[in-house]
Design a protein around this ligand. Sequence first.
Ligand code: ZN
Length: 317
Amino acid sequence: MQNYELLVERIAKSSGLEKDEVERKVEAKKAKLSGLISKEGAAQIIAAELGINFEDQELKVSELMAGMRKVNIVGKIINLFPVREFSKNGREGKVANFVLADETGSTRCVLWDMNHIALIENEEIKLGDVVEIRSASTRDSEIHVSGFSEFKKSGTVMEEVKSTPSASEVTLEEIKQGQNIKARGVVCQVFQPRFYNVCTECNKKVVKGEDDVFKCAEHGIVTPKKKAILNFVIDDGTEAVRTVMFSEQIKALIPEEDLQDEVKAAAFRDDLIGTEIYLIGRVNRNQLFNNLEIVANNVEKINVEELIESLNKTDSQ
Ligand SMILES: [Zn+2]
């Protein structure tokens, strides 16, 4: 709710409308969309319709959304990870990660610029410091600070901050049944894909009858097509959790029919193991094993090289 009120306040300020009026517009939009959208979502649409651009304003953590390009934010470093070195395609680099918090929530922040990283390495900026970030961009709800961004110590005093992630980014040891979560971890095990048969008309599961033919309840005798299910284990350092991927998510990583080719499937599995990913999904209790598993909605590989390149590109425009 807090997020919604902030949003309404911002829209009112930028548009010159009264807050009441903004809220009426939001309610009307929500009603028009048959309530299929949250109040926050409706407010975002109203903002867009009014031509309000939140970029270049100073934002709160709870207001961050994926794909923002000019994020200005002030927050406290509440968790600082060791600077990591990477070497990829003959290129050496460093990356620094910390968790930034303000009174609305916390989010991960990634530094890519050597000068910024040096501030952390030299302990000019330390755990507990309040920092100011300008012209950063976001990926999911993470803040990415590139060489075109500013990163410095802030004079702002921040006593109380909220350490809970604003998006439901969680560590895997915290997950609970029914939660929609976002996690970041490394794929440490990939199982053999399994296949089941579906009707080519309605995509519903079909089984072979006694007479050796596949029957769909709706479409009768059909020649089915195969759909894949892929299980893997993601580990974020706190816990390893089994994850299930269905067609839609698999297709984003590999053409589904390639999984039926033993050689291609094996190469895909080899490639996926050890890869760092963002995982968005829902926590389910697996009835068979009686443990928690994640049903993936979105699996995205984290490609360090690509990330740097796209950051440089968006920022130099
Ligand atoms: Zn059917």
